[in-house]
Write a protein that binds this ligand. Structure first.
Ligand code: PEP
Ligand code: MN
Length: 265
């Protein structure tokens, strides 16, 4: 069997931005969830002003409890789009349901498949058929091989525009929400050639660890970092404790400035 993903270095272009292939690392930032028009507009301005290439925001949220905030759905997408247009930032959001794909793809720049859905092969096939740039997050208990094969599902369905995202795995260690497996960065780059982004927000669950782990991710070759930013984390409807405030995000940008250069490949 010949694999579609064969380790050849790949640049993915999403929203006009080049990711991977030795290009300058990208900064994806925004709230866990779009909560209101005002909230996403304010956060979009914060991350744009500080330095970000993409605005993220969940509109359909895969929450552990069915009683927790599930996202604003299509209404949230309208606000996310408006915030993206106002700031000029391309937008990223997660798809949960294969039935949403057709409506979603034309409206966003990068489609996210979340950790809980990395093993959802129907969803992978359906997103694969769109050819839309996709960011595939690592399943929280997925091995390297399982993750590569999930990406292969996308590629085999016709979509080679894949970005991988390491977001931490479950281990016995319980101080942090997950254990951020930074060894996956050079491993996945070597094995797949695909761009690899790191999400230290879900990877640690702790705001104070986001800046140091972002630096570590970029030092070991990550092609981008995705972090959660909120204008009022205390009141956030999801993931407040891991969300950076404006000052924290500004610090992240200045502390990682040295990595914002093209890499030798
Ligand atoms: C997210 O990025 O919004 C998210 C839900 O993360 P994960 O799928 O990694 O849990
Ligand atoms: Mn989150």
């Amino acid at each position: 069997m010949t694999f579609h993903i064969d380790g050849t270095d790949k640049t993915v272009i999403a929203g006009g931005v080049r990711i991977g292939g030795g290009n300058v690392p990208v900064r994806i930032a925004g709230p866990c969830a779009v909560e209101s028009r005002k909230q996403i507009m304010e956060i979009a301005e914060i991350v744009k002003k500080a330095g970000a290439e993409f605005l993220r925001g969940g509109v359909f949220k895969p929450r552990t409890s069915p009683y927790d905030f599930q996202g604003l759905g299509w209404e949230g997408l309208e606000y996310l789009k408006e915030a993206g247009e106002k700031t000029g930032l391309p937008i990223v959001t997660e798809v949960l349901d294969p039935y949403h794909i057709d409506r979603l793809v034309g409206q966003i720049d990068l489609i996210q498949i979340g950790s809980r859905n990395m093993h959802n092969y129907a969803l992978l096939k359906a997103v694969g058929e769109t050819g839309k740039p996709v960011m595939l997050k690592r399943g929280m208990s997925a091995t390297i091989r399982e993750w590569i094969l999930a990406a292969e599902y996308l590629a085999a369905s016709g979509n080679g525009e894949i970005i991988l995202c390491e977001r931490g795995i479950r281990t016995f260690s319980d101080y942090t929400r997950n254990t951020l497996d930074l060894s996956a960065v050079p491993i996945m780059k070597k094995e797949t050639g695909l761009p690899v982004v790191v999400d230290p927000s879900h990877g640690t669950g702790l705001r104070e660890l986001v800046v140091p782990m972002s630096k570590a991710a970029l030092a070991c070759g990550a092609d981008g970092i995705m972090v959660e930013v909120h204008n009022n984390p205390e009141k956030a409807l999801s993931d407040g404790p891991q969300s950076l405030m404006e000052t924290g995000y500004r610090k992240l940008v200045s502390d990682t400035e040295m990595f914002m250069v093209k890499k030798k490949v």
